[in-house]
Design a binder for this molecule. Sequence first.
Ligand code: NAD
Ligand code: UDP
Length: 316
Amino acid sequence: MSKKRILITGGAGFLGSHLSERLLNEGNEIICLDNYFTGAKENIEHLMDNPYFEVVRHDVTSPYFAEVDEIYNLACPASPVHYQYNPIKTIKTSVMGAINMLGLAKRVNAKIFQASTSEVYGDPHEHPQRESYWGNVNPIGIRSCYDEGKRCAETLFMDYHNQNKVDIKIVRIFNTYGPRMNPEDGRVVSNFIVQALRGEDITIFGDGQQTRSFQYVDDLIEGFVRLMNTPKGFTGPVNIGNPNEFTMLELAENVLDLVGSSSKLTYMPLPKDDPKQRQPDITLAQKELGWEPKVQLREGLMKTIEYFDEYLKRAK
Ligand code: NAD
Ligand code: UDP
């Protein structure tokens, strides 16, 4: 395969760092663009010596120009704690970021990929969620800056495709975990693992009966690359997630068991608009991408626990 020049926005984040690694290993040249709001140089430190890896500090709410073949648009804080910190900035990042990157794609004739989210389904009335479901999203709630920003970005992607023939790909990512998650961002997998490793109480929000379907990062990245390589005209959106659904109590039990921790559970109020259940229907990804998740929860949790164990020892 010939070397491509690929722009990854949000490249210093959790997913962006794994994607950068994968695409570099395939012999491509990467421009990693990030404003370091939730990302970290530490995530990409191991790639810095590679002459084909270039890092640019830049905010996607401002235009950026470069000659590239492909763009993966990942820039956006992803965890509720971070995206609610500055909601106006969050929605600007999704909407203006999409406009700026789509403008670039149009100008240089690049293929462009949008990291959308299962949050576009909101608190879903259809279960599991298929791509054809329009969702149940509160437009004026505390999660709206993220959910509606991502929905608007999808609209922009489809409109640039329909109106300007830009080659677009949209993925709807379901909860993903793995090494290099930000331990401070309040997501449930990193919270439970860090709490269990430190012997602190495990914080269950609500009664812990709400569900999520957790996928390991390597499976997601495989899905990304397969989607990007589909023929022009196949746009998605495509759900990429692991359909195995767990309650938060089941997740906590698994983490405690794998860590061998005697942490106790503590119950805290359920955040507003917290979806009750979420599970992807992955029929489309199976059919169009030949993709299925391979890593099951306990195996993925073990790898993530090893990472956080090392991380916490380093941080001491
Ligand atoms: P992350 O917070 O680790 O990464 C996001 C990256 O974007 C960070 O490096 C951050 O510094 C950067 N960023 C934020 N605002 C920016 C801006 N204005 N300009 C430039 N860079 C900016 O989160 P992640 O889990 O790696 O998520 C990556 C993408 O995938 C996000 O778009 C997120 O919405 C989407 N997503 C993730 C999940 C998940 O479970 N991890 C689920 C659904 C969707
Ligand atoms: N959650 C929890 N304890 C925590 C963090 C989160 O019980 O310490 C719950 C949260 O209320 C939600 C689920 O875990 O129901 C997943 O939360 P996360 O922020 O990881 O992802 P999202 O809500 O965006 O799917």
